[in-house]
Design a protein. Structure first.
Length: 365
């Protein structure tokens, strides 16, 4: 026992005699704590911090008990009470701080992963768009030079070249429009004017707009509805969703195939399903269907020479617009092809079941 009036030299002597006993009892506890930390190295951060706090508290407690010879004097009892109070304060604090740091770490890791994914998507988008823009631009340049040099002079040939230039120009304009729409979605600059929108009008107009494309490809487009729901959304963006899905289905359906559009209600959500006859999507690609500029295998690659080709942005845009409406979109293989399903929040209770206003069972092309 160190007395209050002892000189500093004698205190150092006592310390030298106490040190071996303190280390003898406290080091095993610290070693066990290190083993526990190694075992919990892949556990939660809150658990790790709790163990880190408990190691010095328990080491101090065991060291004091060992040095005192387990003689519970008033001084030792006071020391044990102090250690207990310290543990009662530090352990809950370690748990709270551990959870907060863990949440922040998870958020930062997810943010880094999202940033890396976005950067990869941007690089892929630039590669795809650069490739796709080069083809129509080269065609336009070649045809324009042929017209300017008089290589093409017959009236019919000039008209044919002009028609081709017009088609390629429309294709380029569509790509630029898709890029602009996608940039608005990814930048969070998309502003929706929400209202109650009858899904009947949206689907009818979108299907009718795709009729010429379906006719040229000899693809049948059928629209069926068990009921026509009213959803909460923005009319132009909802029309873009349906148009992109139907256009994508027509593009990947072989001639004499069928595209089916089905509308219904599932619980408190409106359900829009678009079935095609693409032959299905490989399992290793189906999770990437909505990625920017993803096209997949040759079986689902857009036609290179037609006006229906795009930059692989249609489904990515549709996904962004659906999520902006607080809806969900998914895809799975179904029958001879695949099915895209869109679920949107209903604006009001469903009415007029079975009334399709002439579009139910409608066949195009």
């Amino acid at each position: 026992m160190i007395g209050p009036g002892e000189p500093f030299a004698e205190m150092l002597t006592h310390l030298w005699h106490i040190l071996p006993f303190a280390l003898l009892f406290s080091l095993p506890v610290a070693a066990l704590g290190g083993v526990a930390l190694y075992v919990l190295r892949r556990g939660s951060l809150a658990t790790t911090l709790t163990v880190l706090v408990l190691i010095p508290v328990l080491s101090t407690l065991v060291g004091v008990l060992g040095v005192s010879g387990f003689m519970f004097t008033p001084a030792l009892t006071t020391m044990l009470l102090v250690c207990l109070l310290v543990a009662l304060v530090t352990v809950p604090a370690a748990i709270i701080l551990g959870r907060a740091i863990a949440r922040r770490s998870v958020w930062e890791r997810e943010a880094r992963e999202r940033e890396r994914a976005a950067e990869a998507s941007r690089r892929e988008l630039v590669a795809w768009i650069s490739h796709d823009l080069r083809s129509p631009l080269a065609g336009i340049q070649a045809m324009a030079e042929a017209l300017a040099d008089g290589v093409v002079s017959e009236r019919d040939e000039v008209a044919d070249y002009a028609q081709r230039i017009s088609g390629e120009t429309k294709r380029l304009s569509a790509m630029v429009g898709d890029l602009f729409e996608l940039s608005r979605i990814t930048a969070g600059a998309l502003e929706l004017t929400m209202s109650a929108v009858p899904l009947r009008d949206v689907v009818s107009d979108a299907v009718a707009a795709q009729a010429p494309v379906a006719y040229r490809k000899r693809v049948r487009v059928l629209a069926n509805a068990s009921t026509w729901p009213v959803v909460t959304g923005s009319d132009p963006e909802l029309a873009r969703i349906v148009r992109n899905l139907v256009s994508n289905a027509i593009r990947h359906t072989p001639p004499d195939g069928t595209v089916a559009v089905e509308i219904g209600v599932d619980g408190d959500e409106a359900l829009l399903a678009v079935d095609d006859s693409c032959g299905g999507i490989p399992d290793d690609e189906i999770t990437r269907v909505f990625d920017v500029a993803f096209r997949g295998t040759q079986a689902r690659t857009p036609e290179r020479g037609g006006t229906t080709s795009g930059g692989g942005l249609g489904l990515a845009i549709a996904k962004g617009l659906v999520e902006a409406h607080r809806g969900r979109i998914g895809v799975h293989n179904h029958g001879p092809g695949c099915r895209f399903e869109v679920r949107l929040p209903l604006a009001m209770p469903q009415a007029r079941p079975g009334s399709a206003g002439g579009l139910t069972g409608r066949r195009l092309a």
